[in-house]
Design a protein around this ligand. Structure first.
Ligand code: TRP
Ligand code: SF4
Length: 417
């Protein structure tokens, strides 16, 4: 497999350093630094990389139109492992983004074998969680969205089997519906621009979803009618497969330009403004004019027992609707970065960076950086012991879950299935 990442594997095993060097994911510090107020997932380096996120940062800062889009596969109840993406989506909506969330029931049905009814039921729970966290915007089930499915078909014209086998390791045995669910996900990511016109779009995902992002970026580019080349004194607008009326429209829009068979040359123009105008013309003439979508990549919190957090290891996480007593057992029984004996811990201090309990606080349970830092220092110097720390953490989790439940109940009616 080209990437070594399989988005359908239950245990994504990702070498982050390799992603940066081999696949052009960029470190996040520089773009995030341009945000006027960075949320915890940037400040705490939970988001480790991005593609083209700069355009979204500019849109946030200049209060111009942008989208945030993601999808959830409804293959089980939502749990702790879904919370980061949900928070990222909600934060972007709060920054002025238009929010879009897909329930990937085509994928869950085709790849995981879930019934449509089960997809409905679980999908509803994800949406409820999102609205409870403050989401507003557009949500849909893939299977019910006709415009999405048409877009997936158009996108599929540009996807061939050798792409699929190179990117995902698809083989002769892979079902057509699985391939179709990939085209549907490409369409999910482009859908906000189909509905609202070209705009920067960020897809916050775990790093295991990067293959989808790379494919979508490639397809978005292929679905454009024009490329704009800067050759010094000339800006050349090249048709990829634009209808001739669109090329005429470009020629007409730039006085002094020269129309050739497959391109229009514009002397003495500025590349960026030509690109923007051409994109608008493309849309006006019936094309898509997609802006290549961006992404951010968050790292994964390790499971409460150490190792991977996965719904197949039920002690590694908690579900949002799990009874408090069960959650308590999981938090109190979690692996820590503590020492073998109390004496040793007092003398040496604990190891918060290796501690799932600390990470649970860092990822989700403590909003205030100072409070988090105090716990970290107390752990490091041996004045905080694991028993007390876990107990305090469980109190925060309990509070979070009961508040979350209340909010879910209050907005439940907003979820239209
Ligand atoms: N494939 C994703 C998953 O396994 C779900 C998904 C569907 C998605 N459409 C999307 C994610 C669009 C990001 C953007 O969870
Ligand atoms: Fe983890 Fe808390 Fe123990 Fe430190 S004191 S190792 S943060 S559980």
């Amino acid at each position: 497999m080209e990437s070594g990442i399989n988005p359908w594997s239950s245990t994504p095993d990702v070498d982050i350093a390799r992603l940066f060097t081999d696949f052009g994911i960029e470190p996040v510090e520089e773009v995030a630094g341009a945000l006027e107020s960075a949320p915890a997932f940037f400040r705490r380096k939970i988001i480790v990389g991005h593609r083209d996120y700069g355009g979204v940062v500019n849109a946030i800062n200049s209060k111009t139109h942008f989208n945030v889009m993601t999808g959830f596969m409804p293959s089980g109840h939502p749990h702790l492992g879904h919370l980061m993406v949900m928070r990222e989506v909600v934060w972007h909506v709060e920054q002025g983004g238009s929010g879009y969330v897909a329930i990937a029931d085509r994928e869950a049905h085709a790849v995981r074998g879930l019934s449509w009814d089960a997809c409905k039921k679980y999908g509803r729970e994800y949406l409820e969680c999102l609205y409870a966290l403050g989401f507003t915007g557009t949500t849909y089930y893939q299977s019910e969205n006709e415009r999405l499915k048409d877009l997936a078909f158009e996108a599929a014209i540009r996807i061939n089997f050798s792409d699929l086998s190179a990117i995902y390791g698809f083989s002769q045995e892979t079902s057509l519906a699985h391939a179709d669910s990939v085209a549907t996900q490409v369409a999910d990511i482009l859908y906000p621009q189909l509905m609202g016109g070209p705009a920067p779009t960020v897809v916050p995902v775990g790093i295991d979803q990067d293959p989808h992002i790379r494919l979508t970026r490639d397809i978005a580019h292929k679905m454009r009618w024009f490329t704009v080349l800067d050759s010094g004194d000339l800006i050349s607008v090249r048709s990829k497969n634009a209808p001739s009326h669109a090329l005429d429209a470009v020629a007409d829009a730039f006085p002094g330009s020269r129309r050739y068979e497959g391109h229009v040359d514009i002397p003495g123009a500025d590349c960026i403004s030509v690109s923007e105008k051409v994109r608008a013309l493309e849309v006006a003439e019936g094309g898509y004019g997609f802006i290549t979508p961006s992404s951010t990549y968050h790292s994964f919190m390790q499971g409460l027992q150490g190792g991977k957090m996965s719904s197949s290891v039920s002690d590694s996480l908690f579900w949002f609707d799990e009874p408090a007593a069960d959650v308590k057992k999981k938090v109190m029984g979690a692996l820590t970065g503590g020492r073998m004996t109390k004496e040793e811990q007092v003398r040496l201090g604990g190891e918060p960076d290796k501690c799932p309990v600390y990470l649970l606080n860092l990822f989700h349970m403590i909003e205030d950086d100072t409070e988090l830092l105090e716990i970290r220092s107390a752990c490091l110097c041996g004045s905080l012991l694991c028993g007390a720390c876990k107990k305090a953490t469980f109190e925060r989790v309990k509070e979070f879950l009961s508040d979350f439940k209340e909010r879910r109940d209050a907005i439940s009616h907003k979820v239209v299935v």
